[in-house]
Design a protein. Structure first.
Length: 115
């Protein structure tokens, strides 16, 4: 849970959001957990400009939030080495046996590039 769930903030200022454990400590201890933090920013409008034609955009930022328990069996920098790839039915299959979420941003197969 994020607090405060709704707040106003002046331009060029910052605030702190608190992340509270709403799971009653029920998260897995043997692997990472992934959550999504959705933040919606709605700009304010001056009262003097309410009758003018204006365009305002509400921006939604979606941020990955990882919970990583202490003392996982594998060091995070070793996780990528444990990935395995296989081919079948015209597909490339990636197996991640690690306790970590990994984001693949680029894959090279010989000289052909897929990503």
């Amino acid at each position: 849970m994020i607090t405060p769930p709704l707040f106003a903030i002046k331009g060029k200022k910052e605030t702190t959001l608190r992340i509270l454990d709403a799971t009653n400590n029920q998260l897995p201890k043997d692997r990472e957990s992934l959550f999504w933090l959705n933040v919606k920013a709605i700009p304010s409008m001056e009262k003097a400009k309410l009758n003018e034609n204006t365009l305002q955009l509400a921006i939604i930022s979606r941020i990955k939030l990882y919970y990583r328990p202490d003392n996982l069996a594998l060091a995070p920098e070793k996780a990528a080495e444990k990935l395995t790839f296989s081919r079948g039915n015209g597909q490339l299959i990636l197996n991640n046996p690690t306790p970590y979420y990994l984001t693949v941003t680029d894959i090279n197969a010989g000289t052909a590039r897929a990503g």
